[in-house]
Design a protein around this ligand. Sequence first.
Ligand SMILES: Nc1ncnc2c1ncn2[C@@H]1O[C@H](COP(=O)(O)OP(=O)(O)OP(=O)(O)O)[C@@H](O)[C@H]1O
Ligand SMILES: [Mg+2]
Length: 254
Amino acid sequence: MSLADALGILVTSGKGGVGKSLFSIGLAAELARRGPVGLLDLDTRSPNLHYLLGLSGDVEIDAGGRPYTKPAALGGRSVPVMSSGFLAEDGVPITMPGEEIRSAIAGEIVSAHWPADLRWLVLDVDPAPGDSIAAARRWLPRLAAFVVTASDVSSLQDCHRMVNALREEGVATLGMVGNMIGALCPNCGEAIAYGAEEPVRGLAARTGVPYLGHLPWHPVFRERPVWAVQNHGSELFGEMADRVEEWEGKWRAR
Ligand SMILES: Nc1ncnc2c1ncn2[C@@H]1O[C@H](COP(=O)(O)OP(=O)(O)OP(=O)(O)O)[C@@H](O)[C@H]1O
Ligand SMILES: [Mg+2]
């Protein structure tokens, strides 16, 4: 198997800060329980997936200039992670034009030392991932996506645009997931009205995308994201991973 045989799973939203990176980690952890998976931050302008994973510092590069991935312990497996954040210095603005971004992504996808048997590559993307989807598609011909949204009007609007953009690109959307819907008081555990599931369900129904569930708002997702997604999201991430395997089954049967 080569990297081009891996299925690319985009985690998109159309809007910043709604949980793409958190959900990418949760999905990768669940998939890791089922088979070999890698995790790639395709956000070349503001890569920060590696911070959520607690991975920082320089990545090793071989004599030919090929970067090595870094391992993250997820789902009981060592998951290889690649990010342009490993190659950029902290705090230095990344101001590459689109074409350079595309070739940087291509370099990371193609030239990094990925394991040969990778079955899935989870792709955490920037809020408006036109360039990154185009770049990913060149190297990973089989791409599908999830869309993450909060329940406020602007998240929903941007998510709606994203669903249509994916449709125009011919990328299958395997499901819509909600984030920061419902909350428990971190002090007393009482349920707090925060966000609502209904608008997300409504958008999913209107756009014909399966609604798969949601995560609540809770500080643990910010403070211990890797632990939190593996201990408080198993049903939702299990549902997402089921959709990936279902879609994969169709591909392999072709
Ligand atoms: N359900 C949640 N409860 C509390 N905090 C959350 C939740 N989901 C995400 N966060 C926190 O909100 C911040 C934004 O989440 P995340 O980085 O996953 O969003 P993103 O969509 O990837 O953002 P960007 O567009 O900047 O890449 C992070 O600090 C994350 O830990
Ligand atoms: Mg992110």
